[in-house]
Design a protein around this ligand. Structure first.
Ligand SMILES: Nc1ncnc2c1ncn2[C@@H]1O[C@H](COP(=O)(O)OP(=O)(O)OP(=O)(O)O)[C@@H](O)[C@H]1O
Length: 602
């Protein structure tokens, strides 16, 4: 590694604002041998930067990047970078440019992709880009993945005909005109949310006018002018809406809108969420009856009870959207996949409603099948959903409310009676239940890359007798990779951070973290976006092992249980074998479960 590579990275770091997460990037260490966060090296050469979810912003110093001769991947997914797209087109050897989930805005120059001839993956989704899609996107001949969804691109789609293209997502922009025939092999979801598009695979037939729209700068600029008008109009409407809603809310504010998130979980206040009733008009539209949905469904759906709520499991009886809309709702939190509410329905049943963001990877029929399959799952340690609601813009997943709450809450949030009940036999019961639930998911979803994908203590709910129930599993196939990378805990494992891969072994790593969390009683920093706060349980335990201080890492509440100490240390060793950073040397799920069930004697 030449010195200038290190200097280049330090220069790059200087151009970032809020770079606290890059505390390992310091002059007296080496990027490759000292494992600088997010720096990918092959044979001592820097080949990639994988700076995902680090809260970074600032002006990316492309000159510094130019000095990294071996650089092939730039990954800056889910940070806060803003302004025009940096001059990445100067890095002609780039293979992956991953910028999803930032605040980049403005036009992308028309020749941006011309020099990026080796580009295989371009993820520019979930930003605020506008103007036309640069025509040069047709030029990288090996392009495999192009993600432009959730921007404000206008005008027609350039005539891309790369046969290499396997993933294309242009959804939720403002594109218009005829879809090029070469792209009609992609599904409807690729183009959804662009009112002005027509042609196959969409149902909308093109008019002569649509067909004459050709990609040109003039068209792009014209449409963006139109968009400015439309956007200004929308902005005014939104402002009126916000002012009105604010006025309405302010009246009720004192006891309402209290969020019961992980930070303030002991707060049990009820909230009212105002519902926009579609069958009235004018300012009086905003009825203040209790409910969950911001926009109401049609009055017919309300009348017939179930609306378009699909029951997949009637263990708690049947109910409909209208029952949910009338229920008293309480915000439980806002996780990576969306927000969660508790709803107490008039029949006395409490449910949790999760509003899922971005579950549009599948066609409606496939989604329906998947949900029905979820509804049929039966295992003592699995939370089986009760119902779901499908609309393009929004999916709701409804499950039974589990009063004791999550392992996260009982372990770290509640210092009351439940925490005191977390003695060793109870913790062992939880570990075994989690392992059994994982075993079930790994055989039920054996073909999935991630049978669970999001195992962490907030997704382990505790029954009254402390039997754990796993929730939020098997979402991986329902969402696109950029969303998964943002929302699923399996993407925080070394498998993804260092090697950009996930597999069933990533679930094993997550199991290891949860066991360490239960044994140490510490909140893992791994759960936090920036990794700041909490305890890096992996590092802490590995250091303690190397210094033969194992007992010191145990939660004092269980460490005093001398009769079980051997068993506790045995579980600690199993967890350590699960958090092995090299997935090939890591235990597989079956072996991890076998060891947890059988126990090893020292
Ligand atoms: N069925 C349930 N019963 C009781 N509490 C629940 C239930 N489902 C979720 N919760 C709690 O509600 C809160 C919010 O859940 P949510 O799943 O939205 O967020 P999360 O688990 O923190 O993140 P993620 O979206 O990644 O799973 C969490 O504290 C969770 O433990």
């Amino acid at each position: 590694l030449s010195v200038s590579d290190k200097e280049a990275l330090l220069k790059l770091k200087k151009s970032f604002i809020h770079a606290d997460a890059l505390s390992s990037w310091v002059p007296n260490s080496s990027p490759c041998s000292d494992d600088w966060l997010g720096v990918i090296c092959v044979d001592g050469k820097i080949t990639g930067l994988h700076l995902t979810n680090l809260g970074l912003s600032g002006n990316i110093d492309v000159e510094a990047l130019l000095e990294l001769r071996g650089l092939r991947t730039i990954g800056m997914v889910n940070n806060s970078f803003s302004g025009p797209i940096p001059d990445f087109h100067m890095l002609g050897a780039l293979k992956s440019l991953l910028l999803t989930g930032n605040k980049f805005s403005g036009n992308i120059p028309n020749d941006f992709f011309s020099h990026l001839t080796s580009l295989k993956k371009a993820w520019l989704s979930y930003n605020q880009f506008n103007g036309t899609i640069p025509e040069s996107v047709t030029q990288p001949t090996h392009l495999i993945e192009l993600h432009l969804e959730k921007n404000q691109f206008t005008g027609p789609i350039p005539p891309m005909n790369q046969t290499s293209l396997k993933q294309l997502d242009l959804s939720n922009n403002m594109l218009e005109g005829e879809i090029p025939e070469s792209l009609s092999i992609f599904g409807v979801n690729t183009f959804a949310g662009n009112e002005g598009l027509c042609g196959k695979p969409l149902d909308k037939v093109c008019t002569e006018k649509d067909k004459t729209l050709i990609p040109s700068n003039e068209t792009g600029n014209k449409s963006s002018d139109n968009n400015v008008v439309v956007l200004s109009f929308l902005a005014v409407i939104t402002l009126v809406f916000i002012l009105f809603a604010f006025g309405n809310c302010a009246k009720h504010r004192e006891n309402e809108f209290i969020v019961r998130g992980s930070e303030s979980m002991a707060n049990d206040q009820m909230v009212e969420i105002h519902v926009l009733s579609s069958n009235r008009s004018g300012a009086s539209d905003y009825s203040s009856h209790k409910g969950l949905l911001k926009k109401s469904t049609s009055s017919q759906q309300e009348k017939n009870g179930t609306g378009d709520l699909v029951m997949v499991n009637d263990a708690k009886g049947t109910f409909g959207l209208s029952d949910l809309m009338k229920a008293a709702a309480e915000v439980l939190g806002n996780g990576g996949m969306g927000s969660a509410y508790k709803a107490l329905m008039a029949n006395g049943v409490s449910v949790v409603v999760k509003r899922m963001r971005e579950m549009n990877r599948m066609q409606r029929e496939v989604f329906d099948e998947e949900m029905k399959r979820f509804g049929r799952l039966k295992h003592k340690n699995i939370l089986t959903p009760l119902a779901y609601h499908f609309r393009r813009e929004e999916k709701l997943l409804i499950s039974e409310y589990i009063p004791k709450g999550s392992l996260l809450y009982v372990l770290h949030g509640d210092r009351g009676i439940c925490h005191n009940e977390l003695n060793w036999p109870t913790r062992l019961k939880i570990i075994k239940g989690v392992a059994r639930g994982m075993g079930f998911l790994h055989s039920e979803f054996a073909k999935h890359d991630l049978p669970h994908g999001n195992l962490k203590s907030s997704n382990v709910l505790l029954c009254d007798d402390y039997e754990p129930l796993l929730s939020d599993y098997a979402f991986h196939s329902l969402v696109s990779t950029p969303v998964a990378a943002q929302a699923l805990f399996a993407y925080k494992t070394p498998d993804y951070i260092q090697y950009q891969k996930v597999s069933p072994k990533s679930d094993v790593y997550c199991l290891g973290i949860i066991i360490l969390e239960i044994l140490t009683g510490k909140f893992p920093s791994q759960y936090l976006i920036t990794g700041k706060g909490g305890t890096d349980v992996v590092q802490w335990v590995l250091t303690a092992i190397s210094e033969h201080r194992l007992q010191e890492v145990l939660d004092p509440d269980i460490a005093n249980n001398t009769s079980s100490l051997n068993q506790i240390l045995q579980l600690l060793n199993i967890a350590v074998a699960c958090i092995e950073s090299n997935s090939e040397q890591r235990l597989d799920m079956r072996e991890a479960i076998r060891r947890i069930e059988e126990g090893y004697e020292y």
